[in-house]
Design a protein around this ligand. Structure first.
Ligand code: NAD
Length: 481
């Protein structure tokens, strides 16, 4: 244990809160000021082994469907009753403005829990292959111990998507949240405990990549659900492969937003800039590459630059619809490096740029930034920034727009703005991504979430998220009794 680490940090193993004791710790700081915070003590290899053993012997695989539903319902009610505490924790931990944390971060998590519960209630875990074939059945059985590894950018939502789905699927689990989102995860664990989760069904270990890697490698783990960077996802898939553990991977993105000439331009720009910049640009599905029909390109540049320059920047604890800091010094450095790469590669800076916004001398604030004439060979067109940086690229035809959108190693989300529903459908089908949103339509909470190519494997949310933790068994010759 580090002598200076925060005594408030605790892991939760086999129903008992305890302090990680191995001496490793991770430095933490306040995103709004940059001031050092007490470091995070890390769970060690023995802690991880104990957590996995507790899960493996919990017997949750044999639980009744009604008990699974009742438990998650109680957890949801507790989160709802502590919503303001979660808002404060998320805002302090990652620098999210409080109103955004309330409406989006906590609101989305609760919506996902509700839609998961509804999906589980409506689904059968043992049903005939066809109505006239009662002796030919399909069963969805829990896979066994689940390792859940989450990032910091939506620290409650990403936890509930995994824990809720694993619980409903019948899998006991060990959660390793991001080192930058551990307080939010501890509050979530308190809700699990408060709801009466049986001993060992849910375990929480704390730490960074080393703790996560130890968890993924544990022999009793059967399924790994990971959300985070493509680089870490690759390491996890590689580590899981020798034992053929299933991996569900929700990874990075560089999503295109295609604006056709017949779109409602002011609305499309307002929504497009806001979507790219929300959560200070730290969302995997951020609409970060705007592709614009050449006829409207100049107007689009002017509107986008004005929208970015007009974004108010303020401290996370201030109410209102504004823009907060990035999560960490590392993230700030990364964003600065990528902004400089845009300038060096010859893209035209039309809003923002390197450095801090005016009046923000400390903390990890970056300037909402827009680049024009961003070409496919440039780093900014290809690499995920995970910060408030929008790129704009003109196109001359629908074919070229789709080709530019698909010219990416990633394939998470795609956005289309057009007044022509036939074009919208054609382009939505042509995009090589996991999710498409047309004319600013929000995603339904129960819709499958995930990507293709280097954006990952598998889906979260709704019934898709639950099935990700189950094996499929076909039984022929025996009706259900
Ligand atoms: P990260 O990959 O650095 O870390 C994510 C989590 O993995 C953390 O808990 C970390 O400690 C752990 N980890 C890192 N290396 C590991 C390893 N080798 N083995 C086991 N665990 C390991 O990502 P981040 O900085 O926390 O989050 C940002 C990234 O997450 C972005 O790339 C973003 O696009 C992605 N993301 C994707 C989605 C999605 O649903 N597709 C959602 C949110 C964020």
């Amino acid at each position: 244990m580090s002598a200076t680490s925060d005594p408030g940090f605790r892991h939760f193993i086999s129903g008992v809160w305890g302090r990680p004791e191995d001496g490793a710790s991770i430095a933490l700081s306040d995103p709004a000021t940059g001031a050092a915070r007490a470091p995070l003590p890390c769970s060690n290899a023995q802690d991880v082994a104990a957590a996995v053993a507790a899960a493996a012997t919990s017997g949750w695989e044999d639980s009744d469907r009604a008990d699974r539903l009742a438990l998650l319902q109680s957890v949801t009610a507790l989160i709802r009753s502590r919503a303001e505490e979660f808002v404060a924790a998320i805002s302090a931990e990652i620098g999210a403005p409080v109103d955004f944390a309330r409406k989006q971060q906590v609101g989305t998590a609760l919506d996902h829990l509700q839609s998961m519960l509804a999906a589980a209630r409506a689904a059968e875990d043992d049903a005939p292959v066809a109505p006239d074939l009662p002796q030919h059945r399909v069963r969805y059985d829990p896979m066994g111990v689940a390792a859940l590894v989450t990032p910091w950018n939506w620290p409650l939502n990403q936890v509930v998507l995994k824990v809720g789905a694993a619980l409903l699927a019948g899998c006991p689990m060990v959660l390793k949240p991001s080192e930058l989102g551990s307080r939010t995860a501890m509050m979530f664990a308190e809700c699990m405990q408060g709801a009466g989760v049986p001993r060992g069904v849910f375990n929480l270990v704390l730490g960074g990549a080393d703790t996560g890697a130890a968890l993924v490698a544990a022999p009793a783990v059967r399924v790994v659900s990971f959300t985070g960077s493509t680089a870490a996802g690759r390491a996890i898939a590689t580590a899981a492969a020798p034992q053929f553990k299933r991996t569900v991977l929700e990874l990075g993105g560089k999503s295109a937003n295609i604006l056709f000439a017949d779109c409602d331009l002011p609305v499309a720009i307002r929504q497009g800039v806001a979507h790219c910049m929300r959560n200070a640009g730290q969302s995997c599905n951020a609409a970060s590459r705007m592709l614009v029909a050449r006829e409207i390109y100049d107007d689009a540049l002017a509107l986008a630059a004005a929208a970015a320059e007009a974004l108010p920047v303020a401290a996370p604890d201030r109410p209102g619809d504004h823009f907060g800091p990035l999560v960490s010094a590392g993230q700030w450095d990364r964003v600065q490096r990528l902004i400089r790469s845009g300038i060096d590669d010859g893209a035209r800076l039309i809003a923002g740029g390197p450095g801090r916004p005016e009046g923000m001398a400390q903390g990890y604030y970056a300037r909402p930034t827009v680049f024009a004439e961003v070409a496919p060979h440039m780093t900014l067109f290809r690499e995920e920034v995970f910060g408030p940086v929008l790129t704009m690229t003109p196109f001359d035809s629908e074919e070229e727009a789709v080709a530019l959108a698909n010219d990416s190693a990633f394939g998470l989300a795609g956005y289309v703005q057009t007044g022509d529903p036939v074009c919208a459908d054609r382009v939505a089908r042509a995009l090589a991504v996991g999710m498409v949103q047309v004319n600013g339509c929000s995603r339904a909470p129960g819709a499958p979430f995930g990507g293709v190519k280097q954006s990952g494997l598998g889906r979260e949310a709704g019934l898709w998220g639950i099935r990700a933790f189950q094996d499929i068994k076909s039984i022929s010759g025996a009706a259900r009794v």
